[in-house]
Design a protein around this ligand. Structure first.
Ligand SMILES: NC(=O)c1ccc[n+]([C@@H]2O[C@H](COP(=O)([O-])OP(=O)(O)OC[C@H]3O[C@@H](n4cnc5c(N)ncnc54)[C@H](O)[C@@H]3O)[C@@H](O)[C@H]2O)c1
Length: 288
């Protein structure tokens, strides 16, 4: 049976880790050629090597790019088109309020957040996503049609936002939160502008995930417990669970969806009082 992304080409930023890495592997498993883009080339190469070993028919290419630089984003899209002849899916899953390897504990409330932290966060989280959309749209308009392979002009753009764009937290990261709110608003508007060109644009809103980054940040039982009480399912999410949401948005299964804030948050954004007890089911296994 053909995969859900058979013959398609995907570009994934932030592909060296977490949601981006899991999505790259899952998209390849579903038949897509994948360009893995990350500022950390080693991480992206690790993903590409794994894909080529597991799915020899798939073309997986890793490149280094800093999405905070427009020419890097343009070059990434150009590379995808050169390698695969087209671009059907663009996923921006980059960065969790940190420059590569560096977290910003200085991203705080309105009084304490430094302007430099604000600007850097906006550049990577919001401007980088805008550039991703801009060059993906230009490429998707040029996609050749091949009905025998189910290929046509247009495509699916998925911008990763966050539950913090929908809910307030008294553990502030003001710049990060504002940048993610910007991702939601920008995505919605682009969805309207390009709706009749066969280009769908959706936001993916993860809840808190059990990725090393968040777990390193929540480095005491008190910090974890403070969050856990708000999680209806009694556990953090897994990056692979977000990859499955991204696959749905990337594939034709979501053909009538655009402009949505697609939440994969374990019910967090619907919660008031959460249940007591241990979760019945274990989380799904990582693809890595
Ligand atoms: N982890 C969570 O709990 C959580 C919750 C809500 C939203 N999110 C969002 O999900 C997305 C992915 O999160 P994750 O946990 O998978 O993160 P991650 O830290 O595991 O992966 C992010 C990747 O982005 C890369 N990156 C960082 N800066 C970059 C730059 N300037 N250019 C190119 N690549 C860069 C990193 O090298 C890394 O490989 C982010 O947008 C994040 O804001 C995460």
């Amino acid at each position: 049976m053909p995969g859900r992304l058979q013959n398609k080409a995907a570009l994934i930023t932030g592909a060296g880790s977490g949601i981006g890495l899991e999505s790259s592997i899952l998209f390849a498993a579903e038949g897509a050629n994948v360009l893995l883009v990350d500022i950390n080339l080693e991480g992206a190469e690790r993903g590409a090597t794994l894909i080529k070993k597991r799915y020899p028919d798939i073309n997986a290419v890793a490149i280094r790019a800093d999405v905070g630089k427009e020419e890097d984003v343009k070059n990434a899209v150009d590379t995808a088109v050169r390698e695969f002849g087209r671009l059907d899916v663009m996923v921006s899953t980059l960065t969790y309020y940190h420059a590569p390897g560096i977290m910003h504990p200085a991203d705080d409330n309105a009084l304490n957040t430094d302007e430099k932290i604000w600007d850097l966060t906006m550049t990577v989280n919001l401007k980088g996503v805008w550039w991703g959309c801009k060059y993906a749209i230009l490429a998707m308009r040029q996609n050749p049609t091949d009905e025998t392979k189910g290929l046509h002009a247009g495509g699916s753009i998925i911008n990763t936002a966050s539950f913090v764009a929908l809910m307030g937290a008294a553990t502030p990261q003001l710049a990060y939160t504002a940048s993610k709110g910007g991702v939601l608003a920008m995505t919605r508007e682009l969805a309207m502008v390009h709706a009749r060109e066969g280009i769908r644009v959706n936001s993916l809103c993860p809840g808190p995930l059990k990725t090393p980054l968040l777990m390193d940040f929540l480095d005491t039982p008190e910090k974890r417990d403070r969050r856990m009480i708000h999680l209806p399912m009694g556990r953090f999410g897994e990056a692979v669970e977000l990859a499955k949401g991204a696959l749905f948005l990337a594939s034709n299964d979501s053909s009538y969806m655009t402009g949505t804030d697609f939440k994969v948050d374990g019910g967090l954004s619907s919660a008031y009082v959460t249940a007591i007890g241990e979760p019945l089911l274990p989380p799904p296994a990582s693809l890595i």
